[in-house]
Design a protein around this ligand. Structure first.
Ligand SMILES: [Zn+2]
Length: 306
């Protein structure tokens, strides 16, 4: 039986299709809250955390490898291809994202390389792993109720990026951004990007808000730090390129639940669009909060508090 390290290496040896993105540095200065494309709906992006065998899972972050394989096979049967958000956004810019679905893995758990990568490779899928820049090789200490999970090491992140997997930033230390002073926001976004670009040897263009928590200053900071896009969770007045909504996927999600979640995504998208049209496009510094911060929002139910 291979050890974890060996499994990582063998899983990565075959490559993951797309070459790492090194073509250009992002120069995004789009208004925060701008729709991904004017008048269009948000792309469908799935949010995973850990793929592993876990006895206790108080935050419902873990999907078993068997269930994950079923979910990926379902997408494949439905004619969808799972891709990184980087690839999804590029395809969308050319109107070629019809059959694509974004696959994202928050926190950068080591089990991404061990369990998720081989399954994704079997279908020719790619994905994005959002890693916590200051905690590579450590554990998810922010999850106070446990269980402790190992995070990808510097070497593993380098290998994943070389093999074509998108590596995005999940901040410096898994700290929620709303409410932080401007200088701290700048450090969380810029410094995490700088550190990760050293690790991957190329541009890091994607950001993912810890806890999915975003407000206007946080989204502004991410935009100003030079990222091309950012992932949130819930639909909100900020929904757009710097607050992409995502669909939580858990271990209970079989085919019919995934179908229902896709329908719910479309519905929320339509409601968000209607509200936006009624209100007019939000100002970049309008002080609007995120739906993900509302008590009882999906993030509050599915994930741990800071
Ligand atoms: Zn996280």
């Amino acid at each position: 039986m291979e050890n974890e390290r060996g499994t990582v290496r063998s899983a990565l040896a075959g490559g993951a299709g797309a070459a790492p993105g090194r073509a250009r540095l992002p120069r995004s200065r789009r208004p925060v809250g701008e729709p991904v494309l004017p008048g269009s709906s948000s792309p469908w992006i799935l949010m995973y955390h850990s793929v592993a065998v876990e006895k206790e899972d108080p935050y419902q972050l873990t999907v078993s490898p068997e269930r994950f394989a079923e979910q990926i096979a379902w997408l494949h049967r439905r004619g969808r291809r799972g891709v990184s958000v980087r690839e999804l956004m590029r395809a969308r810019a050319h109107g070629r994202d019809d059959k694509l679905v974004g696959l994202t893995f928050d926190d950068g758990y080591a089990d991404f390389a061990r369990y998720a990568v081989p399954i994704l490779q079997a279908y020719g899928f790619t994905a994005t792993a959002y890693v916590v820049a200051d905690l590579l090789g450590q554990e998810n200490g922010w999850d106070t109720e446990g269980p402790r999970k190992k995070l990808l090491t510097v070497e593993e992140v380098t290998e994943l990026a070389s093999a074509g997997w998108e590596i995005g930033s999940h901040g410096l230390g898994h700290q929620a951004l709303p409410g932080l002073p401007a200088d701290v926001l700048a450090v969380q976004t810029r410094e995490s990007r700088r550190l990760l670009e050293e690790v991957v040897g190329g541009p890091v263009t994607g950001f993912c808000y810890p806890y999915g928590a975003v407000d206007a200053p946080a989204a502004e900071a991410v935009c100003e730090a030079g990222y091309d896009y950012a992932c949130a969770i819930a639909h909100s007045p900020l929904t757009g390129r710097f607050a992409l909504p995502r669909c939580y996927v858990g271990d209970r999600d079989g085919a019919w639940r995934l179908r229902a979640k896709k329908g719910r995504h479309r519905l929320r998208d339509a409601v968000t669009g209607l509200k936006r049209n009624r209100r007019g496009r939000p100002e970049p510094k309008g002080g609007v909060g995120s739906g993900s911060e509302r008590p009882g929002g999906e993030r509050a139910m599915k994930e741990r508090r800071p």
